[in-house]
Design a protein around this ligand. Structure first.
Ligand code: SF4
Length: 346
């Protein structure tokens, strides 16, 4: 049969073992798999730096054709108020899946795919992979009858895709629960030796970062990918007028801070020696430059009593200024750190 006449499926792809296996199980039935990797600043965003290299790597390692789509804009809208709430941290797992499946649905026509599949396994995750939530994800994404979970299909009611014979249900699997034995056996069967460890990788499920994101969402509107990337680098402080000051903790972070600077951002650096790079953003005029300089100097090797020179550089007009400040003490520094917004007790 020509490949053009074969059944095609879009499989949500995270790069983790389960999504790779879901692709392999379908490929084994001669279904043409188009893997779809959705990226946001909270997961897989580094792929953007060299998308083509990643696509080639996935093809070479697993024999899977991959599409990468940045869903940040829709994701940030959803993140403020996810219909199905958050998990333990700021992870809106159910709405996250719904959004990705909607993305896959929107690509069905152009790719010629007949259905969508995921690597979900019933009972594997507390929030998003319970029987009732799998059902909610299918219903609220608008993919009813079109959503197949090849790794646990035999534990679920047959989908339209199986009933219509597009997929042979007898060749699908019945994995369940948190154990990984079934997945390991399948990995061996398909000779998959390299894959990232399960869990991890989502900044929204990180206890510290999620609190930082929550603070940002409570303070500022119009946050974008760059803001959430910056929030994942270095130390963060809230200065006068709710200005945001980020300070790198090492050379790698300092370079990232510089790379993320944009528009009206101001970059600060100790003038007479080495030290971190600071980035001041979302300030009101006049910017709290001396306050920021005092925070920055706390992380430089300087005399705590002596005023020191700090260079302030604009990103846009490239204007440079020098201000004098003394380092803040630890007590003041601690008060300025990003702190979680008050919990809504209504
Ligand atoms: S852990 Fe993160 S990426 Fe995974 S489903 Fe939840 S929100 Fe989405």
């Amino acid at each position: 049969m020509e490949s053009g006449k074969k059944t095609k499926a879009i499989v949500l792809f995270s790069g983790g073992l389960d999504s790779i296996l879901a692709c392999k199980v379908l490929q084994e039935q001669s279904i043409v798999v188009i893997a779809l990797q959705c990226i946001t600043p909270f997961f897989s965003y580094h792929i953007k730096e060299d998308k083509e290299a990643w696509i080639s790597e996935v093809k070479r390692k697993y024999g899977i054709d991959l599409m990468v789509v940045d869903i940040t804009d829709e994701y940030l809208k959803m993140l403020k108020n996810p219909a199905h709430g958050y998990g333990r941290y700021l992870n809106p797992c159910i709405d996250c899946k719904i959004l990705m499946i909607k993305q896959a649905l929107s690509l069905m026509k152009e790719t010629g795919a007949s259905f969508i599949a995921t690597g979900e396994v019933i009972g594997q995750r507390p929030m998003s992979q319970r029987r009732d939530t799998l059902r909610i994800i299918e219903r609220d994404s608008g993919a009813e009858g079109l959503l197949l979970r090849p790794l646990c299909a035999k534990n679920l009611k047959p989908t339209r895709v199986e009933e219509e014979g597009l997929v042979d249900r007898s060749k699908l699997l019945s994995l369940s629960g948190r154990g990984r034995k079934g997945q390991m056996a399948l990995a061996e069967k398909y000779s998959i030796t390299e894959y990232p460890s399960p869990a991890g990788g989502c900044a929204l499920a990180d206890p510290i970062l999620s609190e930082r994101f929550r603070t940002m969402l409570s303070l500022w509107d119009n946050l974008d990918a760059n803001d959430f990337l910056l929030a994942q680098v270095g130390r963060h402080f809230l200065l006068s007028g709710n200005s945001w000051f980020a300070v790198g903790r090492n050379q790698t972070e300092n370079s990232k801070v510089v790379k993320l600077a944009r528009g009206d951002d101001l970059l600060l650096q100790y003038k007479d020696g080495s030290g971190p790079t600071g980035l001041l953003r979302r300030y009101k005029q006049p910017p709290p430059i001396e306050e920021a300089a005092s925070v920055l100097l706390r992380y430089c090797k300087v005399d705590p009593e002596e005023p020191c020179n700090v260079i302030v550089k604009g990103v846009k007009g490239k204007e440079t200024n020098v201000v004098q400040a003394v380092p803040f003490n630890d007590e003041t520094i601690d008060k300025l750190r990003f702190s979680p917004p008050p919990q809504n007790t209504d």
